[in-house]
Design a protein around this ligand. Structure first.
Ligand SMILES: Nc1ncnc2c1ncn2[C@@H]1O[C@H](COP(=O)(O)OP(=O)(O)O)[C@@H](O)[C@H]1O
Ligand SMILES: [Mg+2]
Length: 275
């Protein structure tokens, strides 16, 4: 058995979280089903000050962002992940979720975006996707967004929050708070009052909204650990063939105080079987 799977099994035994696997290498083209207009939706939002941008389908596809309605196995895996995450959030009344992984390039940002998109495609849910990876912010690029202001501005007080929010056209119920640039003292900031204040402001603004935080790797710097106490739960991403067993175990140990609602095995070689 693969070492990552062994570690995940161990984690599963030790903590009551589930493994959603695998997220396969995405297929080339995604089937697109148009969503009917969302008129009788519970979660309708007026984007009064939120800036609207238009993501390009080709750019999203190249960046492994799935159309949530696609019949592609990866999109199906994200829908499964969405359902499992929601069940756990609802069971505990949680609304904030951080994306964790041991190392760089494990697939945190990919997972954060696809989970957010998948959650928001469900009419009952509104989602805020936040880039708090001040070491290597990539959320805006992955979405094809050139942000004038971002979470780095909001957290340091350079711009009011409402100037930093963006809505991707065509993705109803999804709002993004990208990071525009790196921050030198990011772990200090994430552990400090500025971060607490921004998290509280985000929560207060839309109490029912699911808020997903994209973070740097847990073992790379102390940013993710510093921030962990401010979220209600986390989602673990491991990368098959990359994540070392010991690193995953260490990461789970370091986050022992944060409930982990599930684990995503990214880059898994075996695609889910359909019927
Ligand atoms: N399942 C996958 N198969 C192939 N490439 C992937 C997969 N998941 C992510 N990638 C690519 O790997 C790179 C790192 O992914 P990313 O989500 O940014 O990782 P992290 O946020 O953990 O550093 C990106 O270029 C992304 O497109
Ligand atoms: Mg990332």
């Amino acid at each position: 058995m693969d070492r990552v799977r062994k570690a995940l099994d161990l984690a599963r035994m030790e903590r009551t979280h589930s493994v959603v696997k695998p997220v396969p290498e995405p297929a080339a083209a995604a089937d697109v089903e148009e969503e009917p207009p969302s008129k009788a939706t519970v979660a309708s939002i007026l984007y009064t000050r939120t800036k609207v941008f238009t993501p390009q389908p080709g750019h999203l596809e190249r960046n492994r962002i799935m159309n949530p309605a696609s019949s592609d196995p990866a999109a199906a895996a994200y829908r499964m992940l969405r359902t499992q995450v929601l069940q756990r959030l609802d069971a505990h009344g949680w609304r904030s979720l951080a994306i964790f992984s041991p190392g760089t390039d494990d697939g945190k940002t990919t997972t954060a975006i696809n989970l957010a998109v998948s959650l928001a495609s469900d009419r009952l849910h509104t989602v805020l996707l936040v880039d708090f990876d001040f070491r290597r912010p990539t959320l805006a690029d992955r979405l094809g967004l050139t942000a004038e202001f971002g979470s780095d501005d909001a957290i340091t007080g350079r711009a009011p929050l409402e100037e930093c929010l963006y809505h991707p056209e065509g993705f109803d119920r999804l709002v993004v708070l990208p990071a525009r640039s790196t921050l030198g003292n990011s772990s200090e900031i994430l552990a400090g009052p500025q971060s607490r204040q921004l998290v509280a402001e985000l929560r207060a603004r839309y109490p029912e909204r699911v808020i997903i935080y994209d973070l740097p790797p847990v073992l790379y710097a102390d940013d993710a650990l510093s921030f962990a106490p401010l979220v209600e739960c986390g989602l673990m991403v491991a990368s098959e063939g990359r994540t070392r067993r010991n690193d995953l175990v260490r990461t789970l140990e370091l986050l022992s105080k944060t409930p982990i609602v599930g684990t995503v095995l990214n880059r898994a070689s075996d695609a889910p079987t359909g019927y």
